[in-house]
Design a protein around this ligand. Sequence first.
Ligand code: MTE
Length: 315
Amino acid sequence: MLIRKPHAICPSEITPPDLFRRRREWIKAAGAGAAALGLSAGLPGAAQAQRIRLFGVRKSPLSIDEKQTPYEAVTTYNNFYEFGTDKSDPAEYAGRLKTQPWTVTVEGEIKRPKVYDIEELMKLAPLEERVYRMRCVEGWSMVIPWAGFSLSELIRRVEPTANAKYVEFTTLADPRQMPGLRSSVLDWPYVEGLRLDEAQHPLTLLCMGVYGEMLPNQNGAPVRLVVPWKYGFKSGKSLVRIRFQEKEPQTAWMRSSPSEYGFYSNVNPEVDHPRWSQATERRLGEITKRKTLMFNGYGDQVASLYAGMDLKKFI
Ligand code: MTE
């Protein structure tokens, strides 16, 4: 999602040879990065080079049955501005990210605040494969087999108080590991937010894997959010804090560009971005554009969350 380089949005086709070339470069860079950090083969920090398999991931009825975007595209065409604004930057530079040890602080309006170690978090509930449609605000989309469990599993355990109306998600901002933080494209750290009922919706995924393996760093290792009925930027990567609060969170995109990005950010083909249409999208690997679906096609499951709201106003 670019706010300063409009010429770079809505990219045209990505040719498979280009993807494969980028991937080869990336594997080289990631391997060098992991070696420099002294990471051993078993650690998540080396996952992008080692491709660590997740065991016991069960299928989920919440998955869609559509052709999946190839692994190479999912892991080399990314937005993760902490590593740069080009689509190939995360795959090239995220190998430096050390994802072990890693903790996620869960705090705020809850009865059981806790700092979760990533290993403990991963064992909180059985991992499920969730094949979701993902739509970026820039106009491209993918179908991705994520692995994780509903965020509601965590929310239930920490027991929100009656004051908890919203959930704020903060992601890592470490200038020693993230070269993109030198740029002022966003006011770091990357912060996103959901209403509590959105966060509790079964589709909202606390995600640790993709394609049956641990998340590669460029996709948000070791843990990220995936909210499939909203534009991709709501799905914060490399989470370090989850805070329950009474007030609507100020998200990083709202702070940077309030005239372009609202809090809700539901996929709505009827509301154009101020600088481009949202009526269609290009599925990676396809030539012909598709019509974008309301709520990214998840209307049956989520439309009731917004009953009575004007979704042209609450964008
Ligand atoms: N999370 C962080 N921390 N930083 C980012 O720049 N980009 C967002 C989102 N999460 C972003 C982020 C955007 S714009 C998109 S489209 C998705 O991540 C992309 O996720 P993917 O690369 O795994 O497809």
